[in-house]
Write a protein that binds this ligand. Structure first.
Ligand SMILES: [Zn+2]
Length: 446
């Protein structure tokens, strides 16, 4: 089996105090020139070694950075050569957007951890131009960065400067020296993941399309409790208690963070039972479109932090040696999974129920969406989707997501009809979660 080092990417915002975003812009424009030049010379039949030496000599980046940018551009060409028999096109010869600057730690960029919450950076934007300041990011990413600096098993690797969502960001890779992750191409079990605001559906399929097992983890309390935090904040805003607002915000953040950790742990535990699995998520860039929000009043209130959840699952999976991948989510919620039908229509889905208006196939809507994620992955990887076996009964597991160690976990009843029915134990865990919320909330004066 092919294994690769465990590498993770941490994303930080840049609070610049020396130099400017314009300097980074100049650096990324030079990176684009290097990328396009590499592509052009390859098109003229140059040897790659010659491309490297010529382009590096003429670039306005430090040599090491130029080499990494050339490597990235050649990597695109290599991927094309490896896959052109499958119809992959050659990378576009001339991109006119920005191209990331790729830099080695200690050469093109350097990080300086100062204390628990302060990490300074220095980026060489072009030869002789330095941009300095402080990193901004999630507590999780700062934690992992600290580990990478302090633990000799970890190494801080290359970083990329990118311009995203109207701001400059630094994507830092950290690598574990001994841990290895399996290649997705060796996977025997393809696990499709469908993330929703109130549940996560998983389906494990073999390469011949047989469904090994499926599960729906429900976590109603995330949504309900976020609603309570929201209501509480609004109430305090009205009463002018601004000082308490940040307290609730911090509690809400910690609560959601904790909930995501628990949900992601359940997911990885479940996936670990299968032989050589790969986890396949929906690609987030189109994710919002694939979820039927209907007329819900407040998207922010109702949305789980999808990106954070995917990232935590990927992180925990990687530690178990399990690779993750992405598939295009288009129509996964509307398409009939029967390979001989594939009828796609919005009305196929009625809340948690999927019923194909063409062939009459019925299933739990989210479990079915997870099946479609796997089918999409098969199609993207191999251009072929194996015929769908009959699906097993939907197994639902209701998890309490707050409380110490997830001790209130309970298994909901198996529901063949897919209609929501909750046993007494499920209600217990829900009410327990509610009690725990109250004890958090009661720390804030009314
Ligand atoms: Zn159908």
């Amino acid at each position: 089996m092919q294994l690769s080092k465990l590498t993770q990417t941490l994303s930080f915002g840049l609070d610049i105090d020396t130099g400017s975003g314009d300097d980074l812009q100049t650096g990324c424009l030079e990176a684009r020139r290097i990328r396009n030049e590499t592509n052009r010379l390859d098109g003229q039949g140059w040897e790659w070694d010659d491309i490297k030496s010529t382009v590096v000599t003429n670039a306005d980046h430090v040599n090491n950075t130029t080499q990494l940018i050339v490597d990235k551009a050649l990597g695109e060409l290599e991927t094309y050569r490896d896959n052109k028999d499958d119809g992959w096109g050659r990378p576009y010869p001339y991109i006119d957007g920005l191209y990331p600057m790729v830099m080695n730690h200690g050469e093109g960029y350097r990080l300086f951890p100062e204390d628990d919450t302060t990490v300074r950076f220095r980026i060489t934007a072009t030869r002789g131009t330095h941009v300095k300041g402080e990193l901004r990011g999630s507590p999780d990413h700062f934690d992992r960065l600290r580990t990478a600096f302090n633990d000799e098993e970890w190494r801080v690797g290359t970083a990329e400067v990118v311009h995203k969502h109207d701001e400059w960001r630094l994507h830092v890779t950290i690598t574990h020296e001994t841990h290895r992750v399996a290649s997705k191409h060796d996977a025997d079990t393809i696990v499709g993941v469908d993330v929703n605001e109130d549940c996560i559906a998983l389906v494990a399929m073999s390469r011949n399309g047989a469904v090994k097992d499926s599960v729906v983890f429900e976590y109603p309390s995330v949504k309900e409790q976020r609603h309570e935090f929201f209501t509480k904040r609004k109430r305090m805003q009205k009463a002018g208690q601004t000082g308490f607002e940040s307290v609730v915000q911090t509690e809400e953040r910690d609560y959601v963070h904790d909930a995501l950790h628990k949900v992601s742990r359940h997911v990885v535990e479940w996936v670990s039972q299968f032989l050589d699995p790969v986890l396949v998520f929906e690609d987030l860039k189109d994710m919002r479109d694939s979820i039927d929000y209907g007329t819900r009043m407040n998207r922010r209130l109702h949305s789980l932090p999808f990106a954070a959840l995917q990232e935590m699952v990927s992180y925990k999976a990687a530690w178990s040696g399990i690779p993750t991948d992405k598939a295009d989510p288009e129509y996964t919620s509307q398409r009939c999974p029967r390979t001989e039908c594939q009828h796609t229509e919005r009305a196929n889905r009625q809340k948690k129920r999927f019923k194909c208006l063409e062939c009459g196939f019925q299933d739990h809507a989210d479990r079915k969406a997870a099946v479609c994620v796997v089918q999409e992955w098969f199609d993207e990887q191999y251009g072929n989707v194996p015929p769908l076996d009959t699906l097993p009964q939907v197994k639902k597991v209701r998890r309490a997501v707050s409380g110490p160690g997830g001790g209130a976990d309970s298994h909901g009843p198996t529901s063949g009809s897919g209609v929501d029915r909750h046993g007494p134990s499920a209600r217990d865990s829900q009410s327990q979660a509610r009690e725990e919320f109250k004890s958090v909330a009661s720390a804030v004066p009314e």
